[in-house]
Design a protein around this ligand. Sequence first.
Ligand SMILES: C[S@@+](CC[C@H](N)C(=O)[O-])C[C@H]1O[C@@H](n2cnc3c(N)ncnc32)[C@H](O)[C@@H]1O
Length: 430
Amino acid sequence: MDLEALQFLKSEQAQRFLEEHLESNPEEVARRYKGKNPFLPALATQIRCLQKAKAKLPTYHASRCLLEPLALEQASGEKAAEMKATGYSGERFLELGGGLGVDSLYFAKNFLQNWVVERNNLLVEMGEYNFNKLQKFLKGEVHWWKGEARDFLQLSKGNFDLVYVDPLRRGKEGRKHIHLANCQPNVLDLLPSLWRITQVILVKASPMLDLEWAQRKFQGSLRRICVQSVERECKEVLLELSPKKESQTTVECRFFRNGQIHRYTPLSSPKTIEKWADLKKGWPPSFYAYEADVALYKAKLAKQFLQEKYPHLEGGWTEGPGLFLSPQWEKNFLGRIFEIKEVYPFSPKRLRKQWKGRQFQIWKRYFGIPHLKSSLGVREGGKEHLLFVSTKGKRWVLLAKEITKKAPSNIAEGKTLGAKDGGPGDANLW
Ligand SMILES: C[S@@+](CC[C@H](N)C(=O)[O-])C[C@H]1O[C@@H](n2cnc3c(N)ncnc32)[C@H](O)[C@@H]1O
């Protein structure tokens, strides 16, 4: 899209057309009106973008904002933006590399004066137009600034309560970068100029970022690491930096699940008790596997989370830590729960005979064996789950059914399973 097409998209005629065709297939619209308007490709793209934005950016969709495909792909989802802005407030906020301004929109609900710096002219024009429509969601003013982050920092005189950077991770060849030094703007290069204008910098990094690398790289200035996930997908790692020497980095997880935002920070001096599961051949089938949120695994807090939040759960972890196996059912567990139907030693030949051609959902974190589906002759899908786990150096496959938010098949809701109820209940085996 160019600036001329953007001007047209702002017109009443274009807005009316978009409204009328919002639910239509964009390819079909392009075919039907071929040759009738020079900006038809831009209109079709806009319909496609708005349709995609319905789930990712519901406020932008509802306000009929204008969107650009690549910027839409690179933007934070609104849920992630809302979660990360929670807890920050003040007078002046700055985002370097604002894109569609999704993160800025959520920060601007808590700050009075907001600046969004973006080097792409089209996105700045689009941002100014969109934020006019989004005005009712803002607490204060939002100023879009067209140009390079470095130039803004050179010209800027005032102080900011928070500077946020969500650098572009996609390189020219389309590859996604993980290291901050390869992203644009390069926040590592900008740090000296940033410390002149702020005491708090928040950097959004790839969910693949190595957290130990971040701790080493920023040493005393890394105040907090926050891992965020939305509906079991790890979205981002946030690094909060401060110029003061911090004695310790706090690690926090925020996850959006079942329509709610959850936050978890471990106790200040965590003491994790090593509890490892010990599966045995012929193990009674009635036990449960618990999977914590993906953000907790990423932050290496899954074990602590279970220990702190569900201290009553007996059982142990499969290697990794992978899944927590327990003879007890905890219906309020904040994560996924599986009811185990069968336990098999991992023997591909035997299992292939049994399952060839069937469909299963596969869970194999930390199993370390490639091509599981083809060696067992199974396909991804269906309602049954195969959980591939290792305990005490042995590999197992658990045939399971997900019972998150449901009662297990052999138990009435509200009851806890124990030996008396006909479940395994033999805690000594754990
Ligand atoms: C990942 S996007 C930001 C997305 C944004 N947080 C959102 O939620 O919509 C990064 C943006 O930084 C901009 N950018 C990259 N390098 C820049 C620089 N040196 N100065 C200003 N903007 C830059 C890119 O044009 C891109 O729009």
